[in-house]
Design a protein around this ligand. Sequence first.
Ligand code: ADP
Ligand code: MG
Length: 730
Amino acid sequence: MSTLRKQALKEIGGREIKTMFKEETTLSEEFAINVFDRKAMRHYLSPEAFKAVVSAIDDGVKIERRIADQIALGMKTWAMERGATHYTHWFHPYTDATAEKHESFLDRASDGSVFENFNGNALVQQEPDASSFPNGGLRNTFEARGYTAWDPSSAAFVFDQTLCIPTIFVSYNGEALDQKTPLLRSLQALDKAATQVVRYFNKDTNRVSVSLGLEQEYFTVDNALVKARPDLQLTGRTLIGHIAAKDQQLEDHYFGAIPRRTMSFMKEFEHEAYRLGILLKTRHNEVAPNQFECAPLYEEANLAIDHNLLLMTLMQRVAEKHNLKILFHEKPFAGVNGSGKHCNWSMITDQGVNLLSPGKTPRNNLQFLTFFVVTVRAVFEHHYLLMGSVMSLSNSLRLGASEAPPAIMSIFAGKKITDTLQSIVERVSSKKKMSPDEKTELKLDVVGKIPEILLDNTDRNRTSPFAFTGNRFEFRAVGSSSNCALPMTVLNTAVAQALTRFKAEVDKLTSKKIKKDEAIFQVLRMFIEESQSILFEGNGYSEEWLKEATQRGLRAVETPIEGFKAFIEKASIGLFEQYNVMSEAELRARYEIFNEIYAKKIQIEARVMGDLSINHIVPTAIKYQNCLIKNVTGLKQILTKEEYDMLASPQLRSIKKIGTYIKNLRDLMHDLIVERKNAIAAEEFPARAKAYMDNVLPIMQEMRTNTDKLERIIDDDLWSLPKYRELLFM
Ligand code: ADP
Ligand code: MG
């Protein structure tokens, strides 16, 4: 067997690591011990400094430099007690990972002595070179500097002996270079718009925040095998590989017993996650072999996203110890279930009321219906942009495949709610005033009858990209490897816009002396009628739905590149500018970045594909072809012509078949090089991305077909790459 694979198969396996809890502590005692949270702050900060941070977190009040020095001092003391030697601003540029540039606390004093230094300046701002991150042209050539600025609403933490300070990342001109800045702006916009609407129902509400629970799906693969697969190593997915005889057809993996080795990995990363304040709640097997999921308890959206990104880093770190590699890629194995990051999204008031949860009284339910219908209206209005926001090369391999939602938006509401919406449309009229009896009947019999727990929403429709699951919406089209800040930014801003309009319409009616409740019903009716076509209860995976959706006027995102364009459509620019979430310049920069990343990723995949076919597959095929040639030459010497004609013909056929696949691969390789050169010659990223998509990807697909055919013919012993059966079942 070829050395790489042989070696890998020998090295397979991991040592069991016992998770160590100090015997005398319980999980809850260890929870968040590596987080500079309010509890730690109260202990390490002066009352004045503590108050300043709290009002920065709660009310966005700016922190004075003098106070920042005090906070930095407390933070440093706390972090050093936890073994930190360095600090870093931790931010989310447009790469697949978070970014950090570590600086040592060590500094030299004027008398030459060395001491640990960390002051307000270092806490509040750093200046990483913006030109080294995707910036879509936002950085002007004379001013490469970017600035990171402290985000006090996400607590600092110690990870790997480093004090990590969550920050935003902006250009010299204040334009957002990262994913967090627009997210924070969108959360503010939603807060403002939602608070005004909640006040129709409850005057005491002062704030509305977004709650987010992120289910994270992933695959584990033995690291030794990954090292023998250049494609997994460099692109996170298998570019070639014949499907294994068994995969998920027996449906025996989902919710099955978690394999021992994975379990020991899970226990360890969960423990580390708890210490970082990430409250992981569930773990289970997913549909595909070696596929799993974990989900934390929901929390405020900005924090939930920071935690998700930190968790992904942490999981990869811990996996190394167990000789495992985590694949966050949306479609690491063709023909096998892909991975998503389901975003469970809701709005919650400062009094703890979940606005998407039906309540006990007709009044609570009217509030619930308002926020439900407004969200539906928002998703309808910006359905194309929302779907565009989850587009990437990797997620495009998953969406639209038979087990993932298609790249067309629809909302599952459940029977009870659908019926309620229908009743509102039937009973409310904008033409004639409702009689007091009609109003009472509507409130008691329709709105009042929405149960607190919606049974049909617990048995939810798994095929819907955007499903109402009883007390929240679940956006399922988001990819497992992505930073979900972008889709959440789109959703928050779209809902803010719909809420603003809702309020304007209701106020217009009440100014015409229509009673508030009736005005709300009338606007609800209008919104339902306008957005009904996005509601769909059937099978979202079916061919018929695709046809029907188009007839309903819903726009499918045909390709990732079309999806990127959604960000520079007039309506999208208008939306983001209206709420100061992103300017046109920031949007155009993102459009550039999405295309740049897309093109670069295909470029890498194409190079790896070339390496695999020419340096791995073709030589192996020739070796095996030579064995066959030797065999038939030998047969010729010992057999009669008649016997030879009969017995050698299968081998002769194989020799020719192998020859054809080799020739195909060489020809395709030639085409691949030509098309890559053509693509790279396009100066603008959008044109380059399109050339890669239209002309390079199809050649890679054809190369895969040929290599996968060869895998089925060639002696297993000669095959140099770990096979699907090994990657998925070991
Ligand atoms: P399932 O796989 O059945 O969808 P999970 O338990 O795996 O459910 O994940 C559900 C996620 O939704 C969890 O992160 C949970 O905390 C979150 N969640 C529950 N209620 C809300 C809510 N009101 N707002 C946001 N997220 C929520
Ligand atoms: Mg789940």
